[in-house]
Every structure is written in C-alpha cells, then in structure tokens.
Design a protein around this ligand. Structure first.
Ligand SMILES: Nc1nc2c(ncn2[C@@H]2O[C@H](COP(=O)(O)OP(=O)(O)OP(=O)(O)O)[C@@H](O)[C@H]2O)c(=O)[nH]1
Ligand SMILES: [Mg+2]
Length: 394
C-alpha cells in the first residue's frame, strides 16, 4: 500500500466513529455455538462493509462446521443506524466434563481478564493511544441445554456464576427446533426463575436491589394476598422498570423490559450442505406447507425484509409474523433454516425462535448498555482488584 493511501486510511479511521462490540459464545460441547455464529454472520452479510472481514483462524466460516478446538475470532465492520460497528465474535471450545469444567473455564476467564489487562496497561502509559481497540467482552452468550427444563444443573450454576462475575452473560437455548412450544415455555420459565429467584445469579438484566434483605416494602405490608410469583425478584424488577418507563419514559428501561420478557433466547442454527458447509437452499414456499407455521407467508401481514435491515425493525417477542429473507446474490429470496420431513424451520421466524430478537438486543437496543456496563462495572471491578493487589501499578 502507498504511504499516502495509508495516511488517508488512518485519517478516515480517525474520523469514523466506530463502536466496538465483542460477543463471546460459551457452553458445553455441541450445543450449536459455532453454528450460531455462522448463522449470525450470514444474517449480517448485507450490512458488512467491504474489506473489513478478518478472522484469526484460516477459513473460519468455510466448509462444514467442526468441533471448535481453540478459541478464535471473526471480525467485521457493519453499518447500523448510520453508525459503524466493529463487531467481533469470539468462538470458544465447547466445555466437557473431562478435564474438569473449572479448568476449561479458567482458559476462558483468562481471555476475558486479559482484555481488561490490556486496557489497564494502556491507561497506565504516559501517552495513551486514543485509538486503542476496545477488546473487552461486552456480551457472553451462554448456551444452555434442553435438560435445564428440570432446573439449572450444578455445572450451569457454577459456570454462570464465574462468568457473570466478569462479563454480561446472556442465556441462550440453542437448537430450539428440537423443542415443542410447551417445552420452550417451560424451559424459559424454569431458567428465569432459577436465575432470578432460586439462585440469584447476576446475569445481564439482574438488577441489584438497593434494599436487599428488606423484601417487605411498604406496599407489600398491607397486602397479604400477593402471590409468591408476584412477589418474586423478577416481578419486582419488572415492576421497577415499568415505573421507570411510565414516570420517566426511560427508553433503556423499556429495552430492559423487552429483554427480560424474552430471555433466555431460543436460537436455531441453519442447516448446512454437508459438502460445502453453506446453508441449504430453502424456498419460502416450503415453509408454506409447514403445519406448525403460525401464519402463512402469503398473509398480507408477513414482512419481507432484507436481512441487512432487520436490526432496525420492531420485532415483538410475541410476534407471530413469519419472515422471508433474501440472502445471497440476486432477487431470489431464500429461507435460512432446517428442513424436516414434516416441514421447515426458519431461523428468522419469530414464532420459531428468538434469533431476530437477540440480534436486535445485541446490535441495537442493548448495545450501548452492554458496552457501558462492561466498562463501568466489570472493567472497574478488575482495575480496583488489580490496583489493590499490586499498588505498584498506580
Ligand atoms: N437440530 C439442530 N442442530 C443444530 C443446531 N445448531 C447446530 N446444530 C448441530 O449441532 C452440531 C454441533 O454444532 P456446533 O455448532 O459445532 O456446536 P458447538 O457448540 O460449536 O460445538 P463445539 O465446538 O464442540 O463446542 C452440528 O451437527 C450442528 O449441525 C440447531 O439449531 N438445531
Ligand atoms: Mg464450536
């Protein structure tokens, strides 16, 4: 590259207001983490700014999906609401029971801490680099198994606690196509109750109560008829957020309500061609014949939007609209999903899973909150700990 070109590129980068967003996936082996990243990348194809794609592992998105042996990253810049986002996915090896999960988790937490250490080192320099990359993990998607329907297993609780101490953990239920509607509902309810009430694990969305330990608010005192569910920690959080929305028109509180309503998020990874690893070709007509589809794609209400603009659309978690998305070249519109003898599941159909919702949460409605939380809460905690342990760093 010519020096003048390099200079102008640097100048452009300086002028561009790039926001960094780093999303890590963690979970037991074969829960669909890599497939999720591939499905996400497929959904971002039309938003990706040419020439910005980078991967730390050669041909990370090429060929059939394989077991992840080492942590690797996939980065790209995308355009969202006129803003440039430098988005990085961090794929991690699946956790297994041997060697112990605790040992494998150390490798992941070391990586998370290392990113904070980089910032601390940068901040300690006499001349700080104003353009230093933000490599903090802003969201950690924790993939959970369908066995959680019986309640969070010890191992899930352990992992969730360790991760939530250093990053924003968002619970994910992968392979949603393997669950019936009733199972999905039960699973979501159980996980939510366990996280917020039974074990009180501070995942993303868990708001610490100011008067923790003093659960008898004035309002509750004179109303003994409040049911256990209404008095649950989650219900109280929701009530608090609703007050913020009603009294202050607080948009962040509104976004958090939407998040709490939907979490844990169900996702479906696309079915790949076994030879090429590319998504199998599914035409919208195939989904039409699907008996379980809540609405026909020929209904006037269905929306057809390019994947690129999905983030800017309003998607209600209860929406039963089906989706047709265009991916690939030309005007042919394909579904991204999985084909079964009885029908086709569509990764972007809100009645099949929450893929579009989690995409919207990460890229749009919660992006800034995740970033701010990471810096003000998790980095700050790391920094304080380090400085207390090694005062020489000051
Ligand atoms: N039915 C179904 N299968 C899926 C889904 N997503 C992924 N799979 C399949 O599950 C298997 C494991 O998927 P991966 O994406 O490699 O899972 P992983 O969690 O990355 O696995 P590790 O790298 O070993 O931790 C593959 O055979 C996928 O085709 C899904 O949404 N539904
Ligand atoms: Mg993997």
């Amino acid at each position: 590259m010519l020096y003048s070109q390099k200079l102008s590129q640097n100048a452009r980068a300086k002028k561009d207001n790039v926001t960094y967003l780093n999303i890590m996936v963690v979970g037991m082996s074969e829960f669909g983490k890599t497939s999720f990243i591939r499905t996400f990348c497929e959904a971002l194809k039309q938003d990706m700014i040419q020439g910005t794609y980078k991967e730390s592992k050669h041909k990370a998105l090429k060929g059939p999906v394989q077991l992840t042996e080492e942590l690797y990253t996939i980065s790209m810049q995308i355009e969202q609401d006129g803003k440039r986002i430098a988005l990085t996915f961090i794929d991690t090896p699946g956790l297994t029971s041997s060697p112990t999960v605790a040992d494998q988790l150390k490798y992941i937490t070391k990586y998370v801490d290392h990113q904070f250490a980089r910032t601390l080192a940068e901040e300690s320099k006499v001349r700080r680099d104003a353009k230093a990359l933000d490599t903090h993990i802003h969201a950690c998607l924790y993939f959970m198994g369908t066995s959680c329907i019986q309640g969070l297993a010890d191992v899930d609780r352990f992992i969730l606690k360790v991760l939530s101490a250093r990053t924003n953990v968002i619970p994910i239920i992968a392979k949603a196509d393997t669950l019936t509607s009733a199972q999905t509902e039960k699973l979501k309810k159980t996980i939510k109750k366990d996280l917020f009430d039974t074990y009180r694990i501070p995942v993303y969305g868990y708001i610490e109560e100011e008067n923790d330990g003093d659960d008898d608010g004035d309002d509750d005192d004179d109303d003994n008829s409040v049911s256990e569910e209404e008095n649950s920690y989650l219900s109280r959080t929701i009530n608090f957020l609703m007050e913020c929305v009603e009294e202050d028109k607080d948009e962040d509180a509104h976004a958090m309500l939407e998040y709490l309503h939907a979490m844990p998020f169900t996702v479906i990874g696309y079915e790949e061609d076994p030879e090429s690893g590319r998504p199998i070709q599914l035409l919208p007509g195939e989904a039409n014949s699907q008996p379980s589809s809540a609405v026909s794609l020929t209904d006037p209400g269905y929306y057809s939007e390019s994947i690129g603009s999905i983030g800017s659309s309003e998607i209600s978690p209860n929406s039963s609209k089906s989706s047709i998305v265009s991916h690939g070249m030309g005007s042919t519109k394909h579904l991204l999903g999985r084909r079964y003898p009885w029908g086709v599941v569509d990764c972007y159909n809100p009645s099949h899973c929450d893929f579009l919702l989690i995409k919207k949460v990460l890229l749009k409605t919660h992006r800034e909150m995740l970033r701010i939380d990471t810096f003000e809460c998790f980095y700050e905690k790391y920094r304080t700990q380090q400085l207390m342990e090694k005062p020489s760093l000051v």
